[in-house]
Design a protein around this ligand. Structure first.
Ligand SMILES: [Zn+2]
Length: 159
């Protein structure tokens, strides 16, 4: 019953396309991927599917700031932000809701960071990070936050 195994061959993940299954050097399942820039690299299955690795590193170099790199790839800006908040939450900082303990759920909820200077902010500082209380806000102003607070719908329905 090999057909039940996840086959990502030919599937796109941001700039990467999975070419063939292989093994990561640490033994995990992984995929040989080609980046849109033409470079090939091996990415373990879970970060690939979660959107944690999205290019060979060229996307990160283009967006300038992110510095964290992993075997053969680069963490996305969203992943770096998420890790930072998760770490702070574990050390007494604002909490992340249960669903956001998982990066793929977090990314699906907040979407890609719109600009490199956007920050993940809480609308109400009395509550932790959650889909109804956090989102990307451009760096410049607190007024934007106040406006978002007013405009924000009373409740958000999640499927
Ligand atoms: Zn590339």
């Amino acid at each position: 019953m090999t057909r039940n195994r996840l086959d990502l061959t030919g599937q796109p993940f941001f700039r990467l396309v999975a070419l063939a299954e292989t093994r990561h050097q640490d033994g995990r399942r992984a995929w040989r991927c080609r980046c849109t820039c033409g470079r090939e690299l091996v990415v373990a299955t879970s970060p690939l599917r979660a959107g944690a690795v999205r290019s060979c590193g060229c996307a990160t170099r283009e967006s300038a700031r992110a510095k964290m790199t992993t075997h053969g790839g680069s963490y996305s800006a969203e992943y770096v932000v998420w890790r930072g908040h998760l770490n702070r939450a574990r050390h007494g900082g604002p909490s992340l809701c249960k669903a956001w303990q998982r990066f793929d759920v977090f990314l699906r909820d907040v979407g890609p960071r719109p600009t490199p200077s956007s920050r993940l902010r809480r609308y109400s500082l009395k509550r932790g990070f959650s889909p109804s209380n956090a989102g990307w806000i451009p760096k410049q102003s607190n007024r934007v936050i106040a406006r978002v607070e007013r405009v924000r719908p009373r409740r958000e329905v999640r499927a």
